[in-house]
Design a protein around this ligand. Structure first.
Ligand code: NAD
Length: 463
Protein backbone atom coordinates (compact mmCIF):
# COMPACT_ATOMS: atom_id res chain seq x y z
CA UNK A 1 0.00 0.00 0.00
CA UNK A 2 1.40 3.38 -1.00
CA UNK A 3 1.47 6.14 1.59
CA UNK A 4 0.30 9.63 0.85
CA UNK A 5 2.62 12.57 1.41
CA UNK A 6 0.57 13.70 4.40
CA UNK A 7 0.78 10.22 5.99
CA UNK A 8 4.58 10.23 5.59
CA UNK A 9 4.74 13.75 7.10
CA UNK A 10 2.66 12.58 10.06
CA UNK A 11 4.97 9.62 10.72
CA UNK A 12 8.11 11.79 10.41
CA UNK A 13 6.51 14.34 12.75
CA UNK A 14 5.81 11.63 15.32
CA UNK A 15 9.40 10.38 15.19
CA UNK A 16 10.81 13.90 15.57
CA UNK A 17 8.49 14.57 18.52
CA UNK A 18 9.70 11.38 20.22
CA UNK A 19 13.35 12.25 19.66
CA UNK A 20 12.74 15.77 21.03
CA UNK A 21 11.11 14.32 24.09
CA UNK A 22 14.11 12.07 24.41
CA UNK A 23 12.73 8.67 23.40
CA UNK A 24 13.71 6.95 26.67
CA UNK A 25 11.64 9.45 28.67
CA UNK A 26 8.65 8.92 26.40
CA UNK A 27 8.72 5.25 27.36
CA UNK A 28 9.41 5.83 31.02
CA UNK A 29 6.72 5.36 33.66
CA UNK A 30 5.84 8.34 35.82
CA UNK A 31 7.36 11.02 33.58
CA UNK A 32 5.20 13.93 32.37
CA UNK A 33 5.74 17.21 30.60
CA UNK A 34 3.58 19.19 33.00
CA UNK A 35 3.85 19.30 36.81
CA UNK A 36 0.06 19.59 37.28
CA UNK A 37 -0.40 16.40 35.27
CA UNK A 38 2.31 14.61 37.24
CA UNK A 39 0.54 15.54 40.49
CA UNK A 40 -2.84 14.44 39.09
CA UNK A 41 -1.42 11.03 38.11
CA UNK A 42 0.27 10.58 41.49
CA UNK A 43 -3.06 11.43 43.11
CA UNK A 44 -4.85 8.75 41.09
CA UNK A 45 -2.19 6.23 42.14
CA UNK A 46 -2.51 7.28 45.78
CA UNK A 47 -6.24 6.47 45.73
CA UNK A 48 -5.20 2.88 44.97
CA UNK A 49 -2.26 2.77 47.39
CA UNK A 50 -4.22 4.09 50.37
CA UNK A 51 -6.58 1.09 50.30
CA UNK A 52 -3.85 -1.49 49.75
CA UNK A 53 -2.99 -3.85 52.59
CA UNK A 54 0.37 -3.39 54.28
CA UNK A 55 1.33 -6.73 52.81
CA UNK A 56 0.69 -5.43 49.27
CA UNK A 57 2.74 -2.30 49.94
CA UNK A 58 5.56 -4.48 51.25
CA UNK A 59 5.46 -6.62 48.11
CA UNK A 60 6.07 -3.52 45.97
CA UNK A 61 8.92 -2.47 48.23
CA UNK A 62 10.54 -5.87 48.01
CA UNK A 63 10.46 -5.70 44.19
CA UNK A 64 11.99 -2.19 44.38
CA UNK A 65 14.78 -3.67 46.54
CA UNK A 66 15.41 -6.39 43.96
CA UNK A 67 15.42 -3.96 41.06
CA UNK A 68 17.85 -1.61 42.81
CA UNK A 69 20.25 -4.52 43.33
CA UNK A 70 19.91 -5.59 39.70
CA UNK A 71 20.48 -2.02 38.48
CA UNK A 72 22.99 -0.82 41.10
CA UNK A 73 25.85 -0.56 38.65
CA UNK A 74 23.75 1.09 35.92
CA UNK A 75 22.40 3.64 38.39
CA UNK A 76 25.90 4.32 39.73
CA UNK A 77 27.36 4.78 36.25
CA UNK A 78 24.49 6.99 35.14
CA UNK A 79 24.91 9.20 38.21
CA UNK A 80 28.64 9.66 37.63
CA UNK A 81 28.27 10.14 33.84
CA UNK A 82 25.46 12.66 34.11
CA UNK A 83 26.71 14.77 37.02
CA UNK A 84 30.47 14.17 36.70
CA UNK A 85 30.49 13.71 40.48
CA UNK A 86 31.42 10.84 42.75
CA UNK A 87 32.77 7.43 41.82
CA UNK A 88 31.07 4.33 40.49
CA UNK A 89 32.37 1.85 43.10
CA UNK A 90 31.08 3.84 46.08
CA UNK A 91 27.82 4.69 44.35
CA UNK A 92 27.18 0.97 43.82
CA UNK A 93 27.66 0.45 47.56
CA UNK A 94 25.25 3.31 48.31
CA UNK A 95 22.57 1.76 46.12
CA UNK A 96 23.03 -1.67 47.69
CA UNK A 97 22.72 -0.05 51.10
CA UNK A 98 19.43 1.60 50.08
CA UNK A 99 18.17 -1.72 48.67
CA UNK A 100 19.06 -3.77 51.71
CA UNK A 101 18.52 -1.51 54.69
CA UNK A 102 15.93 1.18 53.91
CA UNK A 103 13.03 0.53 56.29
CA UNK A 104 9.75 -0.62 54.75
CA UNK A 105 6.30 -1.11 56.27
CA UNK A 106 7.77 -2.51 59.51
CA UNK A 107 8.46 1.14 60.33
CA UNK A 108 4.72 1.85 60.43
CA UNK A 109 3.61 1.06 63.95
CA UNK A 110 0.61 1.60 66.20
CA UNK A 111 0.61 2.82 69.78
CA UNK A 112 -2.24 1.60 71.98
CA UNK A 113 -3.58 2.40 75.44
CA UNK A 114 -6.25 0.16 76.90
CA UNK A 115 -7.80 0.59 80.33
CA UNK A 116 -10.95 1.16 82.37
CA UNK A 117 -12.17 3.86 80.01
CA UNK A 118 -11.73 1.91 76.78
CA UNK A 119 -9.16 1.68 74.00
CA UNK A 120 -7.17 4.37 72.21
CA UNK A 121 -4.93 3.80 69.23
CA UNK A 122 -2.53 6.12 67.49
CA UNK A 123 -1.95 5.02 63.93
CA UNK A 124 0.39 6.34 61.26
CA UNK A 125 -1.59 7.42 58.22
CA UNK A 126 -0.50 8.67 54.80
CA UNK A 127 -0.34 12.35 53.92
CA UNK A 128 -1.38 11.65 50.31
CA UNK A 129 0.86 12.91 47.51
CA UNK A 130 4.20 14.14 48.81
CA UNK A 131 6.24 16.74 46.87
CA UNK A 132 9.95 15.91 47.05
CA UNK A 133 12.91 17.97 45.83
CA UNK A 134 16.13 16.02 45.41
CA UNK A 135 19.83 16.90 45.01
CA UNK A 136 22.38 16.13 42.31
CA UNK A 137 24.88 14.73 44.80
CA UNK A 138 22.98 11.48 45.56
CA UNK A 139 20.26 11.67 42.91
CA UNK A 140 18.96 8.12 42.45
CA UNK A 141 19.85 7.11 46.02
CA UNK A 142 17.55 9.87 47.32
CA UNK A 143 14.73 9.18 44.82
CA UNK A 144 14.75 5.45 45.65
CA UNK A 145 15.08 5.80 49.41
CA UNK A 146 12.37 8.51 49.53
CA UNK A 147 10.05 6.46 47.31
CA UNK A 148 10.37 3.34 49.47
CA UNK A 149 9.69 5.18 52.71
CA UNK A 150 6.88 7.29 51.32
CA UNK A 151 5.19 4.29 49.72
CA UNK A 152 5.54 2.22 52.91
CA UNK A 153 3.64 5.04 54.62
CA UNK A 154 0.82 4.78 52.05
CA UNK A 155 1.78 7.89 50.06
CA UNK A 156 2.72 8.45 46.46
CA UNK A 157 5.33 11.03 45.49
CA UNK A 158 6.05 13.68 42.89
CA UNK A 159 9.69 14.61 42.47
CA UNK A 160 11.22 17.83 41.24
CA UNK A 161 14.78 16.48 40.86
CA UNK A 162 17.92 18.50 40.31
CA UNK A 163 18.05 19.31 36.55
CA UNK A 164 21.72 18.28 36.47
CA UNK A 165 20.69 14.73 37.43
CA UNK A 166 17.36 14.39 35.68
CA UNK A 167 18.18 11.35 33.51
CA UNK A 168 19.41 9.36 36.49
CA UNK A 169 16.43 10.47 38.57
CA UNK A 170 13.99 9.51 35.80
CA UNK A 171 15.63 6.10 35.50
CA UNK A 172 15.11 5.56 39.24
CA UNK A 173 11.49 6.81 39.13
CA UNK A 174 10.72 4.47 36.23
CA UNK A 175 12.22 1.59 38.19
CA UNK A 176 9.92 2.29 41.15
CA UNK A 177 6.86 2.26 38.89
CA UNK A 178 7.96 -0.90 37.10
CA UNK A 179 8.31 -2.54 40.52
CA UNK A 180 4.83 -1.43 41.51
CA UNK A 181 3.29 -2.79 38.30
CA UNK A 182 5.19 -6.06 38.64
CA UNK A 183 3.91 -6.48 42.19
CA UNK A 184 0.32 -5.79 41.13
CA UNK A 185 0.28 -2.14 42.23
CA UNK A 186 -0.60 0.96 40.20
CA UNK A 187 1.60 2.91 37.81
CA UNK A 188 2.75 6.43 38.79
CA UNK A 189 3.42 5.79 42.48
CA UNK A 190 6.42 8.05 41.82
CA UNK A 191 6.12 10.82 39.22
CA UNK A 192 8.17 13.67 37.84
CA UNK A 193 8.46 16.12 34.98
CA UNK A 194 10.86 15.81 32.07
CA UNK A 195 12.33 19.25 32.63
CA UNK A 196 12.27 20.19 36.29
CA UNK A 197 12.72 23.93 36.85
CA UNK A 198 12.17 26.46 39.61
CA UNK A 199 8.75 27.04 37.99
CA UNK A 200 7.72 23.39 38.18
CA UNK A 201 8.97 23.37 41.77
CA UNK A 202 6.85 26.48 42.53
CA UNK A 203 3.76 24.77 41.07
CA UNK A 204 4.42 21.79 43.32
CA UNK A 205 4.93 23.95 46.40
CA UNK A 206 1.63 25.75 45.86
CA UNK A 207 -0.49 22.84 44.65
CA UNK A 208 -3.61 22.11 46.72
CA UNK A 209 -3.08 18.33 46.45
CA UNK A 210 0.41 18.37 47.98
CA UNK A 211 0.10 18.44 51.78
CA UNK A 212 3.75 17.70 52.61
CA UNK A 213 6.99 18.88 51.03
CA UNK A 214 10.35 17.21 51.55
CA UNK A 215 13.45 19.15 50.51
CA UNK A 216 16.88 17.54 50.33
CA UNK A 217 19.56 20.04 49.31
CA UNK A 218 21.30 23.24 50.21
CA UNK A 219 20.00 26.17 52.30
CA UNK A 220 18.09 27.80 49.39
CA UNK A 221 15.70 24.95 48.73
CA UNK A 222 15.08 24.23 52.41
CA UNK A 223 14.21 27.87 53.04
CA UNK A 224 11.93 27.88 49.97
CA UNK A 225 10.04 24.82 51.22
CA UNK A 226 9.78 26.14 54.76
CA UNK A 227 8.38 29.42 53.42
CA UNK A 228 5.71 27.67 51.34
CA UNK A 229 3.01 27.73 54.00
CA UNK A 230 2.84 23.92 53.93
CA UNK A 231 4.29 21.32 56.24
CA UNK A 232 7.93 20.92 55.21
CA UNK A 233 10.69 18.49 56.07
CA UNK A 234 14.01 20.22 55.52
CA UNK A 235 17.17 18.16 54.95
CA UNK A 236 19.76 20.87 54.49
CA UNK A 237 23.47 21.51 54.22
CA UNK A 238 26.13 20.45 56.68
CA UNK A 239 29.85 21.00 57.27
CA UNK A 240 30.68 18.12 59.60
CA UNK A 241 33.82 18.50 61.72
CA UNK A 242 35.70 15.43 63.01
CA UNK A 243 37.23 16.12 66.41
CA UNK A 244 40.24 14.06 67.52
CA UNK A 245 41.63 14.19 71.07
CA UNK A 246 44.71 12.66 72.63
CA UNK A 247 42.81 9.66 74.10
CA UNK A 248 41.84 8.36 70.64
CA UNK A 249 43.47 5.53 68.74
CA UNK A 250 45.21 8.04 66.46
CA UNK A 251 46.17 5.59 63.74
CA UNK A 252 42.59 4.29 63.48
CA UNK A 253 41.19 7.83 63.64
CA UNK A 254 43.33 8.75 60.61
CA UNK A 255 42.04 5.70 58.73
CA UNK A 256 38.37 6.23 59.67
CA UNK A 257 38.43 9.94 58.85
CA UNK A 258 40.06 9.49 55.44
CA UNK A 259 37.74 6.58 54.60
CA UNK A 260 34.66 8.67 55.49
CA UNK A 261 35.95 11.82 53.82
CA UNK A 262 36.82 10.14 50.52
CA UNK A 263 33.68 7.97 50.23
CA UNK A 264 32.02 8.87 46.91
CA UNK A 265 34.55 11.72 46.64
CA UNK A 266 33.10 13.45 49.74
CA UNK A 267 29.60 13.95 48.28
CA UNK A 268 27.54 12.67 51.25
CA UNK A 269 26.33 15.56 53.39
CA UNK A 270 27.37 13.59 56.50
CA UNK A 271 30.99 13.11 55.36
CA UNK A 272 33.95 14.54 57.28
CA UNK A 273 34.54 18.02 55.82
CA UNK A 274 37.33 19.14 58.19
CA UNK A 275 39.24 17.93 61.26
CA UNK A 276 39.82 19.65 64.58
CA UNK A 277 42.71 17.94 66.36
CA UNK A 278 44.21 18.75 69.74
CA UNK A 279 47.80 19.97 69.57
CA UNK A 280 49.26 16.92 71.38
CA UNK A 281 48.34 14.50 68.58
CA UNK A 282 47.85 16.78 65.57
CA UNK A 283 51.23 16.01 63.93
CA UNK A 284 50.90 12.29 64.62
CA UNK A 285 47.42 12.25 63.04
CA UNK A 286 48.58 14.09 59.94
CA UNK A 287 51.60 11.80 59.74
CA UNK A 288 49.39 8.70 59.59
CA UNK A 289 47.16 10.37 57.02
CA UNK A 290 50.12 11.03 54.73
CA UNK A 291 52.14 7.84 55.37
CA UNK A 292 49.34 5.29 55.53
CA UNK A 293 46.14 6.78 54.08
CA UNK A 294 47.17 8.20 50.71
CA UNK A 295 46.85 11.87 51.69
CA UNK A 296 48.65 14.61 49.77
CA UNK A 297 49.97 17.38 52.01
CA UNK A 298 49.24 20.64 50.18
CA UNK A 299 51.71 23.53 50.48
CA UNK A 300 50.51 27.12 50.99
CA UNK A 301 50.99 27.70 47.26
CA UNK A 302 48.82 24.70 46.31
CA UNK A 303 46.18 25.72 48.86
CA UNK A 304 45.98 29.18 47.28
CA UNK A 305 45.64 27.66 43.81
CA UNK A 306 42.94 25.32 45.11
CA UNK A 307 41.01 28.22 46.64
CA UNK A 308 41.02 30.03 43.29
CA UNK A 309 40.00 26.86 41.45
CA UNK A 310 37.27 25.37 43.63
CA UNK A 311 35.63 28.60 44.83
CA UNK A 312 34.43 31.19 42.33
CA UNK A 313 35.10 34.95 42.69
CA UNK A 314 31.56 35.35 43.98
CA UNK A 315 32.26 32.82 46.73
CA UNK A 316 30.18 30.00 45.22
CA UNK A 317 31.43 26.46 44.66
CA UNK A 318 32.88 25.70 41.24
CA UNK A 319 30.47 22.94 40.18
CA UNK A 320 33.19 21.38 38.02
CA UNK A 321 35.12 20.56 41.19
CA UNK A 322 32.33 19.19 43.42
CA UNK A 323 32.59 15.41 43.88
CA UNK A 324 35.84 15.12 41.89
CA UNK A 325 38.66 12.87 43.10
CA UNK A 326 41.77 14.24 44.84
CA UNK A 327 43.89 13.35 41.81
CA UNK A 328 41.60 15.28 39.44
CA UNK A 329 41.51 18.31 41.74
CA UNK A 330 45.30 18.29 42.04
CA UNK A 331 45.63 18.04 38.28
CA UNK A 332 43.49 21.17 37.98
CA UNK A 333 46.16 23.05 39.96
CA UNK A 334 49.06 21.56 38.01
CA UNK A 335 50.04 18.71 40.33
CA UNK A 336 50.48 15.22 38.94
CA UNK A 337 49.79 13.32 42.14
CA UNK A 338 50.96 9.73 42.53
CA UNK A 339 48.57 6.82 41.97
CA UNK A 340 46.70 6.02 45.18
CA UNK A 341 46.32 9.68 46.24
CA UNK A 342 42.94 9.74 47.99
CA UNK A 343 42.70 13.04 49.81
CA UNK A 344 44.28 16.50 50.01
CA UNK A 345 45.18 17.67 53.50
CA UNK A 346 46.76 20.78 55.01
CA UNK A 347 46.81 22.60 58.33
CA UNK A 348 44.99 25.92 58.60
CA UNK A 349 42.86 28.17 60.79
CA UNK A 350 39.12 27.51 61.01
CA UNK A 351 38.44 30.61 58.87
CA UNK A 352 40.44 29.19 55.92
CA UNK A 353 38.10 29.18 52.88
CA UNK A 354 38.77 25.50 52.19
CA UNK A 355 37.87 24.66 55.80
CA UNK A 356 34.90 26.85 56.58
CA UNK A 357 33.12 26.11 53.26
CA UNK A 358 31.13 22.90 52.65
CA UNK A 359 33.16 21.82 49.61
CA UNK A 360 31.96 18.25 48.94
CA UNK A 361 35.45 17.43 47.67
CA UNK A 362 38.18 15.23 49.20
CA UNK A 363 39.98 18.29 50.61
CA UNK A 364 40.39 18.01 54.36
CA UNK A 365 41.71 20.97 56.32
CA UNK A 366 43.11 20.24 59.78
CA UNK A 367 42.57 22.84 62.49
CA UNK A 368 44.89 22.65 65.50
CA UNK A 369 43.34 23.20 68.93
CA UNK A 370 45.23 23.90 72.18
CA UNK A 371 43.15 21.42 74.17
CA UNK A 372 39.80 19.62 74.17
CA UNK A 373 37.75 22.66 75.23
CA UNK A 374 39.27 24.72 72.45
CA UNK A 375 38.62 21.86 69.99
CA UNK A 376 34.93 21.74 70.93
CA UNK A 377 34.49 25.46 70.51
CA UNK A 378 36.23 25.47 67.09
CA UNK A 379 34.20 22.45 65.89
CA UNK A 380 30.91 24.05 66.99
CA UNK A 381 31.88 27.21 65.08
CA UNK A 382 32.71 25.18 61.96
CA UNK A 383 29.38 23.33 61.98
CA UNK A 384 27.77 26.76 61.44
CA UNK A 385 24.66 25.86 63.44
CA UNK A 386 23.46 23.51 60.69
CA UNK A 387 22.77 20.89 63.41
CA UNK A 388 23.54 18.27 60.76
CA UNK A 389 26.47 15.92 61.48
CA UNK A 390 29.63 15.78 63.55
CA UNK A 391 32.20 13.15 64.43
CA UNK A 392 34.56 12.48 67.31
CA UNK A 393 37.49 10.18 67.96
CA UNK A 394 38.02 9.87 71.70
CA UNK A 395 38.01 7.19 74.37
CA UNK A 396 36.76 9.57 77.06
CA UNK A 397 33.01 9.19 77.56
CA UNK A 398 32.66 12.47 79.47
CA UNK A 399 34.30 14.36 76.62
CA UNK A 400 32.15 12.63 74.02
CA UNK A 401 29.08 13.66 76.01
CA UNK A 402 30.31 17.25 76.33
CA UNK A 403 30.91 17.46 72.57
CA UNK A 404 27.54 15.88 71.74
CA UNK A 405 25.71 18.43 73.89
CA UNK A 406 27.66 21.38 72.55
CA UNK A 407 27.35 20.56 68.87
CA UNK A 408 23.74 19.28 69.03
CA UNK A 409 23.65 17.63 65.59
CA UNK A 410 21.24 15.11 64.05
CA UNK A 411 24.16 12.70 63.64
CA UNK A 412 27.19 12.17 65.87
CA UNK A 413 29.57 9.34 64.98
CA UNK A 414 32.01 8.20 67.64
CA UNK A 415 35.22 6.36 66.72
CA UNK A 416 34.22 5.40 63.19
CA UNK A 417 33.90 6.73 59.65
CA UNK A 418 30.94 9.05 58.97
CA UNK A 419 29.08 6.47 56.88
CA UNK A 420 28.70 4.23 59.95
CA UNK A 421 25.79 6.57 60.80
CA UNK A 422 23.95 5.28 57.73
CA UNK A 423 24.20 1.67 58.88
CA UNK A 424 27.23 1.08 56.67
CA UNK A 425 29.65 -0.50 59.11
CA UNK A 426 27.40 0.64 61.96
CA UNK A 427 23.98 -0.20 63.38
CA UNK A 428 20.78 1.39 62.17
CA UNK A 429 19.05 2.21 58.90
CA UNK A 430 20.18 4.43 56.02
CA UNK A 431 18.61 7.46 54.45
CA UNK A 432 19.82 10.15 52.08
CA UNK A 433 17.40 12.69 53.53
CA UNK A 434 18.63 13.77 56.95
CA UNK A 435 16.20 16.34 58.26
CA UNK A 436 18.74 18.50 60.01
CA UNK A 437 16.91 21.80 59.93
CA UNK A 438 13.43 20.64 60.88
CA UNK A 439 14.60 18.08 63.43
CA UNK A 440 13.18 14.76 62.23
CA UNK A 441 16.77 13.53 61.82
CA UNK A 442 17.23 10.43 59.67
CA UNK A 443 13.97 10.09 57.76
CA UNK A 444 12.17 6.78 57.20
CA UNK A 445 8.64 5.59 56.41
CA UNK A 446 7.31 6.76 59.80
CA UNK A 447 8.53 10.32 59.11
CA UNK A 448 6.28 10.48 56.06
CA UNK A 449 3.08 9.74 57.99
CA UNK A 450 0.69 11.70 60.12
CA UNK A 451 -0.53 10.56 63.51
CA UNK A 452 -4.19 9.66 63.86
CA UNK A 453 -5.85 8.92 67.17
CA UNK A 454 -8.76 6.52 67.25
CA UNK A 455 -10.60 6.26 70.57
CA UNK A 456 -13.30 3.84 71.74
CA UNK A 457 -14.86 5.12 74.89
CA UNK A 458 -15.75 2.70 77.69
CA UNK A 459 -15.51 -0.52 75.66
CA UNK A 460 -13.16 -2.85 73.78
CA UNK A 461 -10.97 -3.14 76.82
CA UNK A 462 -11.39 -6.83 77.50
CA UNK A 463 -8.88 -7.46 80.32
P1 NAD B 1 21.06 22.33 45.69
O1 NAD B 1 20.56 23.08 46.87
O2 NAD B 1 21.79 23.05 44.63
O3 NAD B 1 19.85 21.57 44.96
C1 NAD B 1 18.98 20.69 45.67
C2 NAD B 1 17.63 20.69 44.99
O4 NAD B 1 16.96 21.92 45.28
C3 NAD B 1 17.68 20.62 43.46
O5 NAD B 1 16.61 19.86 43.00
C4 NAD B 1 17.54 22.09 43.04
O6 NAD B 1 17.02 22.18 41.75
C5 NAD B 1 16.58 22.57 44.09
N1 NAD B 1 16.60 24.00 44.41
C6 NAD B 1 17.67 24.75 44.71
N2 NAD B 1 17.28 26.00 45.07
C7 NAD B 1 15.93 26.01 45.00
C8 NAD B 1 14.93 26.99 45.26
N3 NAD B 1 15.25 28.23 45.67
N4 NAD B 1 13.63 26.66 45.10
C9 NAD B 1 13.30 25.40 44.72
N5 NAD B 1 14.19 24.43 44.45
C10 NAD B 1 15.50 24.74 44.60
O7 NAD B 1 21.97 21.15 46.30
P2 NAD B 1 22.84 20.05 45.55
O8 NAD B 1 24.09 20.64 45.06
O9 NAD B 1 22.00 19.28 44.63
O10 NAD B 1 23.18 19.12 46.81
C11 NAD B 1 24.17 19.48 47.72
C12 NAD B 1 23.65 20.18 48.95
O11 NAD B 1 22.59 19.45 49.52
C13 NAD B 1 24.70 20.28 50.04
O12 NAD B 1 24.56 21.49 50.72
C14 NAD B 1 24.41 19.08 50.91
O13 NAD B 1 24.84 19.19 52.23
C15 NAD B 1 22.90 19.08 50.85
N6 NAD B 1 22.38 17.75 51.10
C16 NAD B 1 21.74 17.51 52.27
C17 NAD B 1 21.26 16.26 52.54
C18 NAD B 1 20.58 15.95 53.83
O14 NAD B 1 20.09 14.83 53.98
N7 NAD B 1 20.51 16.85 54.79
C19 NAD B 1 21.39 15.22 51.61
C20 NAD B 1 22.03 15.51 50.39
C21 NAD B 1 22.51 16.77 50.15
Amino acid sequence: MEMTESQIKAIVGEVIAKVKLGTPNAQMHGVFTDMNEAIEKAKEAQRVVRVMSMDQREKIISVIRRKIKENAETLARMGVDETGMGNVGDKILKHLLVAEKTPGTEDITTTAWSGDRGLTLVEMGPFGVIGAITPCTNPSETVLCNSMGMLAGGNTVVFNPHPQAIKTSIFAINLVNEASLEAGGPDNVACTVENPTLDSSAIMMKHKDIPLLVATGGPGVVTAVLSSGKRGIGAGAGNPPALVDETADIRKAAEDIVNGCTFDNNLPCIAEKEVVAVDKICDELMGYMVKEQGCFLASKEIQDKLIKTVITEKGALNRKCVGRSAKVLLKMVGVDAPEGTRCIIFEGPKEHPLITTELMMPILGIVRAKDFKDAVSQAVWLEHGNRHSAHIHSKNVDRITEYARAIDTAILVKNGPSYAALGFGGEGFPTFTIASRTGEGLTSAATFTKRRRCTMSDSLCIR
